[in-house]
Every structure is written in structure tokens, then in C-alpha cells.
Design a protein around this ligand. Structure first.
Ligand code: GLN
Length: 516
């Protein structure tokens, strides 16, 4: 019998549509998988077993009655805990929101429900999406299914680990500086950061509003495209949402499977991120070079391009991001949401309650960034720091513009190294921040980025990732080329990357319902 947790969402949809599998069955096997492995992986902060089964039963009933259902109807999905959900607690990985029940659904969550997907639960993340390892979650780290002692990337390590551990075929993530693409790289999964404004941010707890973007996570490019089609589109509740009619990303991915899809495509290799720089692991560089050779052999024109200002992207990001985060996180003031803590002694004033609450509710990384951002925005320093960073942002956007005059797509590794050990970099801020060296430029420029598996690094047998970037609004192009490259790489390996993931120990180590 087919193991329903191992197949793609596209295949599962086919089985659901022709009636050979019910959504209740598909949902149950995923809940059983979560119960069996998530005690070790800890991808989920909350599992909504009963609601998921009830939703699935309802989809089955409507399918039996002949209702017209969407392509992913009845397919289970996991949701990063940065997205508000009316029927599940939402914490953003923070103590300050422990147990908080939002009064509404994020637009992307509403869209999942309207397309009849089955939400399984909420996934773990670095607190307020600040991090690259999920170690900054107030609820403990998520473990990489490839090696439980290693990080699954971050901030969306929970969503990436959930799909890589076969706990869910699909997941939603958010990407402010790489939190979809970097976890995808280190877990052997696929993730997409859409063009800024392509997917609604309404109900995505804001961190750095000019950089945040919600996007899909899956195990194949096609599944990622199918989920993208569900969540994309204009939303009047999000003032930065683009009023664009997006083409079908699934159709774009299908086009990439045709013979010759890579012929004549101009692939730009960003010299500054090509893996020669310090901090790039030899095996990542090796797999990247091999991929470029395959692309040339398939008829693509591989061209070196220089983006000289990318060198400053991390510096600019760590001014713009904390500046926006310090402002966004001001809403956690002990009055409106979640935790309220009284001062240990002395008078109870609103200011002192706010201070005690934020002191107890925020973790160290969040406090660090709020302080950094407040400093960067303060009178007297604003022009020197925030103002300069915005100028660098413009230069990075110009680097992209110049590059896209010469090439159709830009490529780089999606992370400089494979998954590192839990605890290894937690005290070394710069080592942690450098993880996003390849992903941050796309956020600063608002362009789309796709991360997909690029093979296992020879030195440690762990997944590496390839990143593709296209001009703003050209998300579909990335799906076409991504599907073509995925097919090319898998043909060269003779298998899918995820099929090489080690078996996880299955002990009944967590309960199927509730928080963890
Ligand atoms: N790792 C980056 C940070 O800590 C990016 C996080 C993200 O994309 N949410 O800010």
C-alpha cells in the first residue's frame, strides 16, 4: 500500500480526486506520523487533530455530494505560527503570546480554508521570526530530520522540518531575510519567497514590514507552485498587496518539465555569492559548480555577473530590519495581547507593568534587535544608520536591475553551509547572521526567490540548496526553471533528494492533540 505521507501533494490530490483515498485517511496518517516522530523533531507547537479530522470529513462529504473542489482540497497543510488562526493559538514562538487565541484568520489561512486544505497545526519558529536556526523559539528548538542534533534552519525551521519529516506534505512559511529558503536548503525541501506584495501579509505577525513575505514550503517544486496558487493574489486588507492577476504557478512549473525548457536560458551566477567567499562550505560550492555544469549541458547559457553591493546586504538588513521590528513589536505592550506581568516590587504604573511584561515575555534575540532598532532610529543617529542603510538598499536594487538586463535568472547556493549543530552558533551573532548572506538581497529588493535541493554535501551527507531569483513579478519564471532544474538534478542522481533522508525513530513521544 502507498504510504500516503511519502507521496507529493500533487499525487495525493490525484488519489483524493479519483476517490481511492479519503481526506480523513490522508489526514489521519499524517497525524499518526506527527504523533510518532514529533517528540523528536518538534516541528509543531500545536496540533489540531480533532479539528483537522472534522475538516477532512467535511471535504469528503462535499466531494461525495459532487461539489466542485479546488486542486488541493483535502490535502493536509502545516502553518507557521507567525500566521494568526482563529481556531488555534498563535504565539510567533514567543512567551509574550503564549496561549493567545487570535480573533481572526490571516488572509492566507482563510484562503487555505476556502480551497479546502486541512490545517494540521502550527509550526515552530524563532521568536517573532528572528533567527536562522529555530533555537530562538521560546518553546525549544526544532530538530533537523536529517540529523536530530542539527538545526533545521530558521526562522521557519518548523515548517521545513514538518515537510522533510513527512509530517505534512505542505506548509506555509514567511521570509524576511531567508526564513523560507534557508530552512529549505538545510532540510532538503523546497521553499519560495514570492515577489513582495504577491501574497497577503494580513494576519502575518509583522516583524519587518518592508521585507516580510509569506510563501509556500513543500518537497517538490510542483507542490510549492500548487500551494502558491492557493495563497497568491490581491488583498484589500494589505495596503502593500499588488493588484496583479498572477498566472498559474502550477502551469508554469508544468511548462518546465517539457524537453528543452532550459535551452537558451541565460543563467547569471552572482560572483559575490558563488561560493568562493569566506564561510562557504567546500561541499556546497562543489554541488553548486556541478549544477552549473548540468545547466550548461542542458543548453542554458551560464554567465558570471557581478552584484558589487550585495556585500553590504547583511549590514543594511541588520539596520533596516531591527528598525522596523522595534516599531512593530511596540504593540506588545501588556495591554492589548497576551502576557501581563506586574513588577516584582514598587508601584504598579502602566509603564512599569509594560516594562516587566516585555522583560519577561521577550527572549534575548528579540530584546537585542529592539534595542538596536531603537538606537538606529533615534534622533542624531537616524541619518548615519537607518538613512545609510536605505541608500544601500537602493544600490542593491540597482545591482539586480543591471544583472537582469543581462540574464533571465540569477543563481547562488541558498545557504553557505549545511545544517550546523544545535548550540554551535547560538552565542556567535555574526556567525548566525551570515547564514542569510545569499537570501537577504532578494528581500531588500522585493524580488522572488526559490530554494530547491542541490544534492548532499560530500563531507557530511547533508542537504545543500540552490537559490534562483528573478525580477519582481516574474515568480512564474522561477517555477518553470525550478521544475526544469529539479528534473535535471533528480535525473543525474537517479532519485529524489528527500528519499535519501534517514528513517526517524518512531516512538509515541507526543500526544496527538494540543500544545507542546
Ligand atoms: N535569519 C534572518 C533574521 O534573523 C531572517 C529571518 C526571517 O527571514 N524571518 O532576521
Amino acid at each position: 500500500m502507498t504510504d500516503l505521507t511519502r507521496i507529493s501533494a500533487a499525487e495525493l490530490s490525484g488519489l483524493l480526486a479519483d476517490g481511492s483515498v479519503s481526506s480523513v485517511e490522508a489526514t489521519r496518517v499524517h497525524l499518526e506520523r506527527i504523533a510518532a516522530v514529533d517528540g523528536d523533531v518538534h516541528a509543531f507547537l500545536h496540533v489540531a487533530a480533532e479539528t483537522a479530522l472534522a475538516t477532512a470529513a467535511d471535504v469528503d462529504r462535499r466531494r461525495a455530494a459532487g461539489d466542485r473542489l479546488g486542486p488541493l482540497a483535502g490535502v493536509p497543510v502545516a502553518i507557521k505560527d507567525v500566521l494568526v488562526t482563529a481556531d488555534m493559538p498563535t504565539t510567533a514562538g514567543s512567551k509574550i503570546l503564549e496561549g493567545w487565541m487570535p480573533p481572526y484568520d490571516a488572509t492566507v489561512v482563510r484562503k487555505l480554508r476556502e480551497s479546502d486544505l486541512v490545517p494540521l497545526g502550527k509550526t515552530n519558529m524563532d521568536e517573532f521570526a528572528m533567527g536562522s536556526s529555530t533555537e530562538h523559539s521560546a518553546y525549544g528548538p526544532t530538530h533537523n530530520p536529517w540529523d536530530l542534533e542539527r538545526i533545521p534552519g530558521g526562522s521557519g525551521g518548523g515548517s521545513a522540518a514538518a515537510v522533510a519529516a513527512f509530517e505534512a506534505p505542505l506548509a506555509l512559511g514567511s521570509d524576511t531575510g531567508g526564513s523560507i529558503r534557508q530552512p529549505a536548503a538545510v532540510t532538503g525541501s523546497v521553499g519560495f519567497k514570492p515577489t513582495y506584495g504577491g501574497v497577503s501579509r494580513y494576519g502575518a505577525i509583522a516583524m519587518a514590514s518592508s521585507l516580510d513575505q509569506v510563501g509556500p514550503v513543500a518537497r517538490t517544486v510542483m507542490d510549492t507552485a500548487l500551494l502558491h496558487d492557493v495563497i497568491a493574489g490581491h488583498d484589500q486588507m494589505d495596503a502593500t498587496s499588488l493588484a496583479t492577476d498572477w498566472p498559474s504557478m502550477a502551469a508554469a512549473a508544468t511548462a518546465g518539465l517539457a524537453d528543452g525548457a532550459l535551452k537558451g536560458v541565460r543563467v547569471g551566477v552572482i560572483q559575490e555569492l558563488a561560493g568562493n567567499a569566506d564561510g562557504f562550505q567546500a561541499g556546497v560550492k562543489q554541488r553548486f559548480d556541478e549544477t552549473l555544469a548540468l545547466l550548461s549541458a542542458a543548453g542554458a547559457e551560464v554567465i558570471g555577473v557581478s552584484c558589487p553591493n550585495f556585500e553590504y546586504s547583511i549590514a543594511a538588513y541588520y539596520l533596516i530590519h531591527p528598525a522596523e521590528a522595534s516599531s512593530n513589536l511596540a504593540r506588545f505592550d501588556s495591554v492589548r495581547f497576551g502576557l501581563r506581568e506586574n513588577p516584582a516590587d514598587g508601584p504598579i504604573t502602566s509603564e512599569r507593568v509594560m516594562s516587566a511584561t516585555r522583560g519577561a515575555g521577550f527572549g534575548p534575540e528579540v530584546k537585542r534587535r529592539i534595542i538596536l532598532g531603537t538606537y538606529a532610529l533615534s534622533a542624531g543617529y537616524y541619518d548615519a544608520y537607518y538613512g545609510s542603510a536605505q541608500k544601500v538598499r537602493t544600490l542593491i536594487q540597482r545591482d539586480f536591475q543591471a544583472a537582469f538586463e543581462k540574464v533571465d535568472v540569477l543563481v547562488s547556493p541558498s545557504a553557505p553551509t549545511t545544517a550546523f549543530k544545535i548550540g554551535e552558533k547560538i552565542d556567535d551573532l555574526l556567525a548566525m547572521y551570515i547564514n542569510d548572506i545569499t537570501t537577504i538581497p532578494a528581500n531588500l529588493a522585493g524580488v522572488p526567490g526559490l530554494g530547491l535541493p542541490m544534492g548532499l554535501a560530500p563531507e557530511d551527507g547533508l542537504p545543500t540548496g540552490l537559490q534562483l531569483m528573478a525580477p519582481a513579478m516574474q515568480d512564474a519564471r522561477l517555477y518553470t526553471l525550478g521544475a526544469a532544474i529539479e528534473q535535471l538534478l533528480e535525473a543525474s542522481w537517479g532519485h529524489t533528494l528527500i528519499s535519501q533522508a534517514p528513517e526517524l525513530r518512531t516512538g509515541n513521544t507526543r500526544s496527538a492533540e494540543g500544545n507542546n
